[in-house]
Ligand binder design. Structure first.
Ligand SMILES: Nc1ncnc2c1ncn2[C@@H]1O[C@H](COP(=O)(O)OP(=O)(O)OP(=O)(O)O)[C@@H](O)[C@H]1O
Length: 262
């Protein structure tokens, strides 16, 4: 059992999805998904390739808006507010609901400017000293400060893959988001860098609602407290990670966990 499962602080609902469907043209990729995602918790989305994990994750900060043929139906509430309401600015929303992608994608800018980017465009600081503080705090949160503090002016793209991914996490947390979405954040990393990111995810959940898509069931079991199993666009089962892995209710979940499908 992971260290994270032994911690028992209170968590409450952060995101509620109600009757969510997603279509890419005629392809019905997400089918009638309902879920309540807890704050200060790591929730893992697992399931076979193409089952819709990334599509559903992208609904949570309206990243599907950037895909022309994608159509999202249903409601997604963040702290009870409909994020698809016309009055919601998707750019502001993405500052509240940050995202980390599969492949580390730092900007071709200095380490400092990568982290300072969000606070600058969202006008979160009044002066250089405040910005310096946010950059340092974000790099510390991403467990990168010690490695980065003497090279803040160097390019972010010159770091190792694992460092680049932690830099992307620092960039995401710099806008002080409430939710962090992670789409297979370790798939391009070696086992040591993966272990560092997993440890970091466990720390991040003290301050954020974290949702992670992962291909690795071992990773889901290690880092998450809640797990949702997707299959052919349906969310088949959702609950405590321990229960999903040890005594799933649905035959399809059991087949996946035991390696019979996927
Ligand atoms: N940008 C897109 N344009 C068109 N169809 C898409 C797009 N992204 C995903 N799809 C389709 O939606 C369905 C779900 O894909 P999605 O990438 O969400 O699944 P996934 O579970 O994350 O898969 P994987 O584990 O392989 O990343 C698939 O049929 C896929 O082909």
């Amino acid at each position: 059992m992971s260290q994270s499962e032994t911690l028992t602080e209170a968590s409450d609902n952060k995101i509620a999805a109600r009757s969510v469907d997603v279509f890419y043209g005629k392809n019905h990729a997400i089918k009638n998904v309902d879920v309540d995602i807890d704050d200060k918790t790591v929730t893992a989305f697992i399931g076979p390739s193409g089952c819709g994990k990334s599509t559903f994750l992208r609904c949570l900060n309206r990243m599907n808006d950037t895909i022309d043929i994608a159509r999202v139906e249903g409601d997604i509430l963040l702290d009870g507010e409909d994020i698809y309401d016309k009055r919601v600015d998707p750019v502001q929303l993405r500052a509240r609901v940050g995202m980390v992608f599969q492949k580390p994608n730092p900007f071709p800018k200095s380490i400092y400017d990568n982290v300072a980017y969000g606070p600058r465009i969202h006008g979160l600081t009044r002066n250089k000293s405040e910005l310096d503080d946010i950059v340092e705090a974000s790099l510390r949160r991403a467990a990168l400060w010690d490695e980065a503090k003497d090279r803040l002016k160097e390019s972010g793209t010159g770091m190792s893959g694992g460092q680049q991914q932690r830099l992307c996490i620092a960039r995401a947390v710099a806008t002080q988001p409430e939710v962090l979405l992670m789409d297979e954040p370790c798939s391009a990393l070696d086992p040591i860098a993966t272990a560092q990111i997993e440890e970091l995810i466990d720390e991040l959940r003290q301050n954020f609602c974290v949702v992670i898509v992962t291909h690795s069931m071992q990773q889901a079991a290690r880092v998450s407290q809640k797990t949702a199993f997707f299959h052919l666009g349906e969310m088949v089962e959702y609950g405590d990670t321990e229960k999903i892995f040890n005594s799933p209710e649905d035959k399809r979940t059991e087949s996946y966990i035991t390696g019979r499908i996927g």
